[in-house]
Ligand binder design. Structure first.
Ligand SMILES: C[S@@+](CC[C@H](N)C(=O)[O-])C[C@H]1O[C@@H](n2cnc3c(N)ncnc32)[C@H](O)[C@@H]1O
Length: 346
């Protein structure tokens, strides 16, 4: 059963009135509870239900692909040492909970969510290279991140991080530099990436974010409270992290990207300024999303992906679109490429 056939796009969230807005001209939003249940029952992401065979079944499980490890072992050690040196106590605690305890981690337990400065230091040069600007041009924008992360840290300390994209502050920088009028992301969960993207659009004073996601935070309800699935189960509605003040720029489309992405992109009034993949990290879904988004991406637009190490889709995509930079990797597992401006080879 597909979400597209159930017409869930733009569905209203009963728990938070006004949380989801229908795109202009779309049918009034409606959600059929039986349809939501059907989508959940049909989640492709359970262990043992991996149609690609070769890919990781769940967020958080990785396959090491040497061809896309742009970091050398020395660089990787340096990155880890940089992170560890900044918050040794927090990191030791995190490793105990996550690596040894195999428990789901709260936002407050993961040092990377508390302090974006190390993330920025690690990603500053590759991000500037991908954006085609000088690293120093990013510095004044990076300063804007401090109050945003401070507020989020206070708000989220004990909340399960539910697969949140920890490099979301880098998405903020991207959106502030490129100033996209339309952003599309796949994979909503609690809405951590959406919140940073929307904060950037708000600061830009223009732009709209469309997020495609499944109606639950969890990949698999049996994984409740455990890390093994990489995702916590909570009873919150998807996107709960996005406050009301940012929602006028936001449309959530409930369903699978396989069903909803193409029609959404076809219906956009102008080419896409930025795309983020953070839904199902399997080859078929990743390759499909990259291919589809690229076909609608504006010149100078950005295509970003989380968990680029979980399948071959990212290196294949980069190869197909040579001469895109082969090292489009920021802080280990976030990839980004910028579509060349008109006239440049693509
Ligand atoms: C890694 S989480 C997204 C995290 C989110 N970007 C954030 O920063 O909070 C992945 C989400 O994608 C959803 N998902 C899985 N398969 C999907 C699909 N085919 N289409 C859209 N969303 C999907 C899952 O339900 C899960 O909530």
């Amino acid at each position: 059963m597909t979400a597209g056939s159930l017409n869930l796009s733009g569905g209203e969230d009963a728990a938070r009135p006004g949380a989801r807005r229908a795109p202009p001209g779309a049918e009034p939003p409606r959600v059929d509870p039986r349809a939501e249940a059907a989508i959940e029952a049909d989640l492709p992401n359970r262990p043992g239900r991996n149609p690609d065979g070769v890919d990781a079944a769940l967020c958080g499980h990785r396959i090491r692909l040497p061809e896309i490890m742009s970091e050398t072992p020395a660089e990787r050690s340096r990155r880890r040492a940089t992170w560890f040196a900044r918050h040794p106590f927090l990191w030791s605690r995190y490793l105990l909970i996550h690596e040894f305890g195999h428990r789901e981690v709260a936002f407050g337990d993961d040092p990377r969510f508390r302090d974006p400065s190390t993330l920025y230091r690690v990603a500053r040069e590759p991000l500037a290279r991908a954006l085609g600007i000088a690293p120093r041009q990013l510095d004044p924008i990076a300063v804007e991140l401090r109050p945003l992360t401070r507020a989020l840290t206070a708000e989220l300390a004990r909340e399960p991080k539910a697969g949140a994209l920890m490099q979301a502050p880098l998405l903020y920088l991207m959106a502030r530099v490129v100033r996209p009028r339309i952003i599309v992301e796949t994979g909503v969960s609690s809405g951590y990436s959406a919140r940073f993207l929307l904060e950037a659009l708000e600061r830009n004073g223009e732009g709209h974010l469309h997020s495609i996601g499944l109606p639950r935070l969890a990949m698999d309800p049996s994984q409740a409270g455990r890390f093994d699935g990489g995702i916590a189960v909570t009873d919150r509605p998807i996107g709960w992290l996005v406050p009301e003040r940012l929602r006028s720029r936001w449309t959530i489309h409930v369903g699978r990207s396989d069903d909803l992405l193409e029609p959404l992109l076809q219906g956009l009034p102008e080419p896409l300024g930025m795309f983020l993949h953070d839904s199902l990290h399997q080859y078929a879904t990743m390759a499909f999303e990259y291919r589809t988004a690229w076909a609608h991406l504006a010149a100078g637009g950005l295509l970003a992906s989380h968990d680029i190490h979980t399948s071959r889709a990212w290196p294949e995509f980069l190869r197909q679109h040579a001469p895109l930079p082969p090292d489009g990797e920021l802080d280990h597992d976030l990839g980004v490429v910028r579509r060349p401006a008109v006239g440049a080879p693509s």
